[in-house]
Structure formats: C-alpha cells, structure tokens
Design a protein around this ligand. Structure first.
Ligand code: DQA
Length: 141
C-alpha cells in the first residue's frame, strides 16, 4: 500500500514555528519519521509540503486518480478551504485529516474545520504521533 501525506502552509517551518505548540521536530525530521513508521507498518509513504492551495488540490486529484489514500494536515487551509475539502471528497480510498496541535483547545477560528466533513476521520493533538496514528488506522482497513 502507498500513502501520500500532504502538509499545508507553514509546516515547512516546523521546529522554529511556535515550538511550544508544534514541538521541536523539523519538517525533514517529520518526513523521516513518517517514512520509518510506514516501513514498520509495510506502507510506502511519500510526504509532500506546499504553501499553495492549487498545488494541494492538484496532489489530491493525483491521489484520487490512482485511489491512493491520503493523510493531510491542511494547516490553516483547514479552516476555510472549500477547494481542498471538495478535492478530499473525491478520493475513493479516503482521506484522513491530521493536526499536530489540538485546534479545539486553541483560538475560536481553529475550532471550525471545513475538511472534517470530507474526511474519513480526524486525528489531532498528538504531535507528530498524529501522523503515526493515521498510518496505523489505514493499515487496519
Ligand atoms: C495545524 C493547526 C492549524 O490551525 C494551523 O493553522 C496549522 C497547523 C496543526 O497541525 O496543529 O498550521 O494544522
């Protein structure tokens, strides 16, 4: 099984961006972790990051075309991107929404996700382990 992990805007700055909220792991370290969790689970993992909505929509389209499951951290797009939500809905293999922090325990604007209704499920608040839990859930299916 191959899984595409998509990280949205500003996640490339993990490690230096609000480490008290997002931790000290950098994006390259997160990529390494996800690949190694994938290896343990027998899942081939590819991780991509973009700050651009159009790029993320096109990656979601690409995954849908081959029925590849997606784990997505839409970052700030979580809260308002209908194009990303609609692209998630199209994937027959399903999309899992993940967050490093728990948006529900933060500012009011973060409590709304327009992606959640298009996702199979949402995992939030477990740091980098949110991605691991998403991969475990895909393995179980
Ligand atoms: C985030 C939460 C979002 O509200 C925020 O805009 C992010 C990261 C998380 O992983 O906790 O960029 O998706």
């Amino acid at each position: 099984m191959k899984v595409l992990i998509i990280n949205g805007p500003n996640l490339s700055r993990l490690g230096t961006r609000e480490p008290e909220i997002y931790g000290s792991m950098t994006h390259p370290q997160l990529v390494e972790k996800c690949i190694s969790w994938g290896n343990e689970l027998g899942i081939e993992v590819e991780v991509r990051q973009s700050d651009a909505e159009a790029q993320i929509v096109s990656w979601l389209e690409e995954a849908s075309a081959t029925s590849m499951p997606v784990v997505i951290n839409p970052a700030a797009f979580t809260h308002y991107s209908y194009p990303i939500a609609e692209a998630c809905k199209k994937n027959p293999a399903g999309v899992i929404e993940v967050h490093i922090s728990n948006p529900h325990a933060r500012e009011e604007f973060r409590t709304k996700s327009v992606i959640s209704p298009a996702a199979k499920g949402t995992i939030a608040g477990f740091g980098a382990d949110s991605y691991k839990l998403a991969l475990i859930s895909l393995k179980g299916n």
